[in-house]
Ligand binder design. Structure first.
Ligand code: FES
Length: 107
């Protein structure tokens, strides 16, 4: 079982608010790409967490980081990982699912 289950929201609002930059920062710091895991970290995108008003949203072991910032995300992940793990029903999202979602057709 991994220590940190990290999910970066890839919903429209979080995307606009910089979720991609946050994911790239986490990837650079962990050496993992989204969708990969090692014995300590499981890293992926997820669907909207319902926190669009305080985007970008990142989950660590089911606990939320709101208004995540590229500059501070790694410290926030470490702090959030100290909290008790929470169950979540929020789904993972693969890059194929993200790319196949034509948001403009939803408007
Ligand atoms: S789009 Fe990320 S919380 Fe809704």
């Amino acid at each position: 079982m991994v220590d940190k289950n990290i999910r970066v929201c890839c919903g429209m609002t979080c995307g606009v608010m910089g979720a991609g930059k946050i994911m790239r920062k986490i990837e650079a710091e962990t050496g993992l790409k989204q969708g990969e895991k090692n014995d300590k970290i499981d890293l992926a995108y997820c669907t909207c967490t319902g926190n669009c008003h305080i985007a970008p949203s990142v989950m660590v072991n089911g606990n939320f980081i709101h208004e995540a910032k590229e500059e501070t995300i790694m410290n926030e992940i470490e702090e959030t990982a100290k909290q008790p793990k929470q169950e979540t029903t929020i789904s993972d999202a693969t890059i194929d699912e993200i790319l196949s979602n034509d948001f403009l057709n939803d408007v």
